[in-house]
Design a binder for this molecule. Structure first.
Ligand code: FES
Length: 100
């Protein structure tokens, strides 16, 4: 089931934004005009990935430098070992939906 979390233009290109989805912080990254959703909590020690840096489709955690592929949640560089959960993001008209 998906939930409406905001507007279709809420996340600008090259930026990330966190939305509350059923009590979980979900990050939506706009990479090259495409929106990708994933759980915002770094699997290393729990920092918010939104405080990190988005470069293309790679998010780098500000705490200890782990990198994740925003398109899949996969770990690209440790110290994190587990992927972040990927979420389906949909734009319907002016609305932004994320899978809960
Ligand atoms: S909490 Fe993200 S790399 Fe350590």
């Amino acid at each position: 089931m998906s939930a409406r979390v905001g507007g279709s233009n809420d996340v600008k290109e090259g930026h990330m934004r966190v939305f509350d989805v059923a009590g979980t912080n979900v990050n939506v990254a706009n990479a090259n005009g495409h929106l990708y959703g994933f759980d915002d909590t770094c699997t290393h020690m729990g920092c918010s990935l939104a405080n990190g840096r988005l470069t293309g489709t790679v998010v780098t955690c500000a705490c200890h430098g782990s990198q994740f592929d925003v398109t899949s949640g996969a770990v690209l560089r440790g110290p994190a070992e587990r992927p972040v959960r990927s979420r389906t993001v949909q734009v319907k008209g002016d609305d932004l939906f994320i899978d809960a």
